[in-house]
Design a protein. Structure first.
Length: 488
């Protein structure tokens, strides 16, 4: 519905927006991009396009993933942070609702239902140009994946840029191309210019710092969900990853250690450790591309009444990547300034240049998923666990697009608390995995045949030898729950 406009908040003089054609676009990063998603999900007329950058698609998934708390606070903290003193005074009832209906148990409530834009993707009339960092650990890439898939199911016209950065604006990682592309996008969807941008490749993917590839459709049409199965290895905690199911009764066991993170697990992937269970392919004979959103169905028996699970996909091999875990989340801000359009007294168009901040690594974590095992029966409601009883749960991996090169290995790690990225449970469980009833469903370009080709045949001679400990980026930093907050 259209609202009446007035010259002031308390006035009665109506005004008309005679300066606009009625064709409207919305753009913003993080919180602002989230607003664009939310408005588009109402199906409002006149909104022709949105450009959400690092944006939330469901507020529940910002604070929890499948019941596992990602932060030690809820939406009331963020609301208080962004509100003015006047708004706080006027909105006390809403503030209280944010507390009452966002329990720290991670249970789904009506408040979360109202703030879930994915379920209303079928109402979207606007085209969507989505930009996200694959290593964004603030607004995590699950938001992009579930929104993108829902928009695709609804037939929404869309475009995507997926960078190697964390929570970073494209103006800071691909400035010149971004300004030109954005201008053409708005020219087409707001002014009706036939400039061809709607016929160009749908996806731009950053393969290495400042090196991009394109896809006509994303994920590529040849992508197929492929079942990969963990198996027991020669030593405990160091298993195999392939197409063959484990024999019934095969198990692996780990104990939740809240002091350890994915960086610790990946660094010790080839060593038996009590805090994780790792499963690894042989060195690949050819590259293998993972594109889209995967899952892990796991059957685990806890020793206590509460348990959190983490699952990560890791590329084991040397690489140069954007240092997403450092300050700047993959960029360095330089001293030189360049100008983009005219300036005014109040608003300069001149900005400091940036460059990729890189790291030399031996492994790269490229997709993650977390869950409270207590949500085994219902994704929206946790239950106490019975020690010694097995439970089956499917964990959703964040969207990704990663090529594991020939000579590298692909690893799946299953563990407990991912330090810095989820909060620990109230107990310290030991979990026993039933490998015969555990399976990853990964979106592989070329499907099962591509995996078989990559895991058979001669390994390239430049294949990196195994090391006792692998070096990656620093441990993920604990990021405050402030969408749009800059670390630079």
């Amino acid at each position: 519905a259209r609202a009446r406009g007035y010259g002031s908040r308390t006035g009665t003089e109506r005004v008309r927006a005679d300066w606009t054609t009625g064709a409207t676009g919305m753009i913003g990063k993080s919180y602002d991009g989230t607003i664009a998603n939310g408005v588009a999900a109402t199906g409002v007329e006149g909104l022709k396009t949105i450009v959400p950058i690092s944006a939330i698609s469901s507020w529940y998934d910002y604070y929890f993933q499948q019941g596992a708390p990602l932060y030690d606070s809820g939406p009331e903290w963020l609301s208080d942070y962004v509100e003015s003193p006047e708004a706080r005074a006027r909105c006390q009832a809403v503030q209280q609702r944010l507390i009452d209906e966002a329990p720290r148990t991670g249970d789904w409530t009506g408040l979360w239902n109202e703030r879930d834009y994915v379920r209303n993707a079928h109402k979207v009339r606007a085209s969507v140009f989505a930009i996200h960092g694959a290593q964004d650990l603030n607004v995590r890439a699950k938001h992009l994946g579930q929104w993108w898939d829902a928009l695709a199911d609804a037939g929404v016209e869309r475009k995507i840029w997926l960078s190697q950065t964390g929570h970073v604006d494209p103006f800071d990682f691909r400035r010149a191309t971004w300004v030109t592309t954005l201008h053409r996008w708005f020219d087409h969807y707001l002014l009706g210019y036939e400039n061809g941008i709607d016929r160009e490749p749908m996806a731009d993917i950053e393969r290495a710092p400042d090196q991009w590839s394109t896809d006509r459709v994303w994920p590529p049409r040849t992508t197929a969900t492929t079942a990969l199965r963990p198996g027991a290895g020669a030593v405990a905690g160091v298993g195999t990853l392939g197409r063959t199911p484990a024999r019934p009764g095969t198990t692996e066991t780990f104990t939740d250690d809240p002091r350890q993170s994915e960086s610790d697990w990946a660094a010790e992937i080839d060593m038996p450790t009590t805090a994780k269970s790792g499963f690894i392919t042989r060195p690949l004979s050819r590259e293998l591309r993972v594109s889209g959103s995967g899952t892990l169905t796991v059957t685990a028996t806890p020793s206590t009444s509460t348990a959190h699970l983490s699952a990560v996909l890791v590329d084991l091999g040397p690489d140069t990547i954007r240092d997403y875990a450092a300050s700047g989340e993959g960029i360095t801000t330089l001293t030189e300034r360049t100008c983009w359009g005219p300036s005014t007294t109040a608003d300069s168009s001149c900005y400091r240049e940036t460059a990729a901040r890189t790291a030399e690594v031996d492994h790269t974590v490229f997709s993650r998923g977390w869950a409270d095992l207590g949500t085994y029966a219902s994704a929206g409601h946790g239950r106490p666990l019975t020690p010694g009883k097995p439970y089956t749960l499917t964990i959703e991996f964040a969207a990704t697009d990663h090529v594991v090169p020939a000579g590298h290995r692909l690893a799946l790690i299953i563990a407990g608390t991912d330090q810095g990225l989820i909060d620990p449970p109230s107990t310290t469980p030991t979990l026993t995995l039933d490998l015969a009833r555990t399976s990853a469903g990964l979106p592989l370009v070329g499907g099962a045949a591509a995996f078989t080709r990559a895991t058979t045949g001669a390994v390239p001679p430049h294949s990196a030898p195994r090391e006792s400990r692998h070096h990656g980026v620093a441990e993920p930093r604990r990021i405050p729950p402030i969408p749009g907050d800059s670390s630079r």
